[in-house]
Write a protein of this length. Sequence first.
Length: 237
Amino acid sequence: MDWLPDGWKPKLVAVDIDGTLTDGNKVLNLEAIEALRKLERAGIPVTLATGNVRPITYGLWRFIGLSGPMCCENGGVIWHPDWGDPILRAKAETAKEAASYLAQEMPELRPKGIRSNDWRESEWCLFPNEDLETIRELMSDDKWSHLEVVRTGFAIHLMEPQLSKGEGLKVILDKMGLTERDLLVVGDAPNDISMFELANWSVAVGGAFEEIKKLADVESPYMHGDTFKPLVDAILG
């Protein structure tokens, strides 16, 4: 299969974590990790573009041995250790208040949300099995209607409208002196849509959501992290 356009190679590869580098049980694919290391050794930096929080993203970034800036919390937190303080594109307080409001209207909802909320800086995440239809209906109230509600396989994200992986990657590209033409992205879920729309080339892993498959330039025949070895071999081949 044709993994890339003829005569083109990326100068930056942005990769989602959950459901992309991992399987549905959040277990990392070790072949995918080695493939990313091959990209780095070849001089192509890798950015982790994730809905996850900065401490978790940094741990993975550090232990894999990556060099690209991190796009955390769906573009809400942009960071590289060499930059000093992170770029915070929103604050989590309003989204957290919205979760408390939802719990008042939905007694069964758990407003504390997923465990990583303890470290969230720009958004708030509810459990993925909460009643999404009711949440969206309640969030249409004037006080909260400006917030986005995005469901992935691992959480329901309450977030400011300016937050997206695509907008976060624009910041990273600008700081690196690159453009969208230089970017390849890999993902699986609705919160990856904005970066698929931004990038010159996009790859949906096997097992991706249908809306991502339809948007992708390439739909991988390999599940989740099994996508990376043949993709990286094509990039470096």
